[in-house]
Design a protein around this ligand. Structure first.
Ligand code: SF4
Length: 56
C-alpha cells in the first residue's frame, strides 16, 4: 500500500461505517488522496484529526 494511503487510512475512523458515503475507510482514503474528498468526510474522527489528514 502506498505510504500516503496508509497514513490517511490510519487516521480515519477504521470502522467501515459508510457514513462518509464510501463503502469502506479504504475507499474513502483513496478518494481523499485523489482530491475527491477531505478529512471532514469521516464522521468518526475529531476536527484535529480531520485537519491532520488534510495536511498530508
Ligand atoms: S465515515 Fe470514517 S469510519 Fe466511516 S467508513 Fe468513512 S472513513 Fe471509515
Amino acid at each position: 500500500m502506498a505510504k500516503k494511503l496508509e497514513e490517511v487510512l490510519g487516521l480515519l475512523g477504521g470502522v467501515d461505517c459508510g457514513a462518509c458515503g464510501y463503502a469502506s475507510c479504504a475507499e474513502c482514503a483513496e478518494a481523499i488522496i485523489a482530491g475527491e474528498a477531505t478529512g471532514e468526510a469521516c464522521v468518526m474522527i475529531d476536527e484535529d484529526t480531520q485537519e491532520k489528514i488534510n495536511k498530508l
